[in-house]
Design a protein around this ligand. Structure first.
Ligand code: UDP
Length: 356
């Protein structure tokens, strides 16, 4: 199968591309390298079945030709990262809305399956925990730029489902919950790479607010597994799925874990949101997914817990450690149990699935 991955040089996109190659697919990554990085895919360029097209997901003729050549699309290209979103609201909204619009329009013409990446941000300030896919969404006002990101991804969701209802384009919408792992950049504010780098450098860990806010961190390999399993399941079409991990951790606890695990003598410094993001910033105090829907449909179960994730991210950022990390080992065994297809120990066949 030939798969187009928009955002293929990004953090999640590069891990997905790797898993697709391992199971025997041909992968075309489309990335404008704005937040994606060549280092993320340097190890993939040796594969003859991998190619990178540098370009924008809003370039309609380019997207049209790539969609035509592909059997299906994972649409991950987006403006992401709270810092980027707050600093560049127009770029964020335009990239997210026009990009998805372009991909869906072209997929509709060619009738190709599209998995559209959305985000747990769409739940906003909802206080009904854990977050279920059919829950009401509670966003803040447009004067607070953060919500522009949630609104843009929500519009992507409406558009995708609209294409399914009105034009029978097969789409699957996925909401990612704080996906983490090696290759995630610290540049756009993501907490784990920031804390790990601060701890390794002996600098204070900058906790925003009082650190009581929680997140549910999800191993990137679990997310990749979920994406492949959903794409292989015809009943997932036309639906929205949370992809996350039910375990919740406060940011303060996270900082303590990272200091302890790195053996750092860094302090923890509390900084106000105002200081970091300026006035008009709002954070959510909790974010935890209900994963029963995806569990029931494809047998998804997160395999890697936070401590293991942190070990791997710390290894990744520790100088002298090899950067190439095999992410799929535990999934071979898991897939064998749930999908019944993997041959023992083979990460390649862990991702096998029937053609669409
Ligand atoms: N955060 C923090 N220090 C940092 C970066 C992030 O305390 O250096 C906090 C951030 O304010 C949020 C949480 O960690 O409450 C998760 O932030 P991230 O940007 O990773 O993801 P978000 O869930 O906000 O999209």
């Amino acid at each position: 199968m030939r798969v187009l991955v928009t955002g293929g040089a990004g953090f999640i996109g590069s891990h997905l591309a790797e898993a697709l190659l391992l199971r025997g697919d041909e992968v075309v990554a489309l990335d404008d390298l704005s937040t994606g990085r060549l280092e993320n895919i340097a190890h993939l360029t040796a594969w003859p079945r991998f190619s990178l097209t540098v370009g924008s997901v809003t370039n309609e003729p380019l997207v049209a030709s790539l969609v035509d050549q592909a059997d299906m699309v994972f649409h991950l290209a987006a403006a992401v990262g709270v810092r980027l979103v707050v600093n560049a609201p127009v770029h964020t909204i335009e990239t997210n809305v026009h990009g998805t619009e372009t991909v869906l329009r072209q997929a509709a013409r060619a009738k190709k399956l599209v998995v559209v990446a959305s985000t747990s941000e769409v739940y906003g300030k909802s206080a009904v925990f854990p977050f279920r896919e059919d829950a009401d969404l509670v966003l803040g006002p447009p004067t607070k730029t953060r919500w522009g990101y949630a609104a843009s991804k929500l519009l992507d969701e409406f558009l995708a489902l609209g294409y399914w209802q009105e034009r029978q384009v097969p789409v699957i919408v996925v909401r990612f919950f704080n996906t983490v792992g090696p290759r995630q950049s610290e540049r756009y504010g993501m907490v784990i790479p920031n804390f790990v780098r601060q701890a390794l450098a002996g600098k204070p860990l900058t906790v925003h607010g009082n650190g009581a806010q929680t997140r549910s961190f999800t191993w990137v390999g679990d997310v990749v597994w979920a994406l492949l399993a959903l794409a292989a399941e015809p009943r997932s079409v036309g639906q929205v799925f949370n992809i996350g991990n039910g375990a919740e951790t406060s940011i303060r606890e996270l900082a303590d874990m990272i200091v302890a695990m790195t053996g750092s003598d860094s302090d923890i410094r509390f900084t106000s949101y105002h200081e970091v993001f300026g006035p008009n910033f709002e954070d959510m105090s909790r974010r935890v997914p209900d994963i029963s829907k995806i569990r029931q449909l494809v047998g998804y179960e997160p395999q890697v817990h936070l401590e293991q994730i942190l070990e791997r991210v710390i290894d990744y950022w520790t100088p002298e450690m090899p950067a190439g990390i095999t992410i799929n080992a535990e999934h071979a065994e898991f897939a064998e149990k749930t999908l019944g297809k993997a041959s023992a120990g083979s990460a390649v066949s862990a991702f096998e699935r029937p053609s669409l």
